[in-house]
Design a protein around this ligand. Structure first.
Ligand code: HEC
Ligand code: HEC
Ligand code: HEC
Length: 189
């Protein structure tokens, strides 16, 4: 990356700086990192690491590792992991065994007990690209449409969707990633 920036700076100097190549390269303003880097607090400022620890400098900066992935500005660790997988930006192993397989099912379940909020279209596909069925069935959800007493209070308490969302998946404050489907207008009358 740094090397690439140097080349860009040198090219800039050649194109716009004329003869005084070296000084022009020195004066070039520091290149701006991608905007999404600003989402990631630097090590020591995130409340996890001790900022006075001199060994912090040997750790990879989160913005360097995560800032290249598609951003999710609303929270979590500021990465849209669904989009990262879709774009092939990451390629997680299917399991511990080298021959492990994922059983991906493309089936949506429309959940309509959402009061005045848009409905929740629960996508099996985006879940089963990461998770085996047994992560959810039958312990968290009976595999039956409207077969589980889900509401926001229980989700915020860490049940149902809240077993994962806000912990290992995008946070519960991302209302409209779950409430992603307009209600049937006939039902609102
Ligand atoms: C992340 C959790 C999760 C995973 C993983 C998951 N499901 Fe589901 N499944 C749900 C939810 C939520 C519902 C809807 C329950 C409700 O409406 O109360 C559901 C419903 C179902 C239904 C009932 C559909 C209907 O119309 O009644 C079936 C069948 C099902 N799942 C099969 C599977 C299979 C097979 C897998 C694995 C390939 C799987 N599920 C993986 C969460 C999950
Ligand atoms: C066992 C863990 C688990 C449970 C339970 C779970 N999810 Fe997820 N969910 C994930 C993971 C992991 C992802 C993908 C990573 C991410 O987006 O943070 C995901 C992604 C999603 C997405 C995809 C968003 C997109 O951008 O396409 C939606 C929508 C979603 N979950 C809704 C729900 C709803 C609604 C429930 C409850 C009915 C639920 N999830 C229950 C783990 C879970
Ligand atoms: C991880 C997914 C998810 C997120 C994020 C989420 N919800 Fe929900 N919400 C659900 C599900 C699932 C239901 C129940 C739907 C059903 O059972 O038919 C629900 C139900 C509701 C209901 C009706 C039931 C109740 O508890 O009153 C309201 C209102 C609601 N959500 C508001 C919100 C608001 C506001 C936010 C953001 C602060 C939010 N939701 C974020 C999944 C989610």
């Amino acid at each position: 990356m740094r090397r690439y920036l140097t080349i860009v700076a040198l090219l800039g100097a050649v194109l716009f700086g004329g003869t005084a190549l070296a000084p022009a390269a020195e004066k070039a303003p520091a290149a701006q990192p991608p905007a999404q880097w600003q989402l990631h607090p630097p090590l020591g400022a995130e409340g996890i690491y001790d900022p006075s620890n001199p060994a912090l400098s040997v750790l990879q900066a989160p913005q360097e590792a995560l800032g290249v992935l598609p951003p999710n500005p609303t929270g979590g660790n500021y990465v849209n992991w669904v989009e990262a997988l879709r774009r092939g930006a990451i390629n997680p192993r299917k399991g511990v065994q080298p021959d492990a397989q994922m059983n991906v099912v493309d089936m949506n379940v429309l959940m309509t007990r959402t009061a005045s909020m848009p409905n929740v279209k629960f996508p099996h596909r985006e879940h089963t690209e990461w998770l085996a069925c047994t992560n959810c069935h039958p312990a968290i959800f009976l595999p039956k449409k409207d077969g589980n007493p889900v509401n926001m209070y229980s989700i915020l308490k860490g049940e149902f969707c809240g077993v994962c969302h806000g912990k290992v998946a995008f946070p519960v404050t991302d209302c409209f990633r779950c409430h992603n489907t307009p209600q049937d207008p006939r039902r609102l009358k």
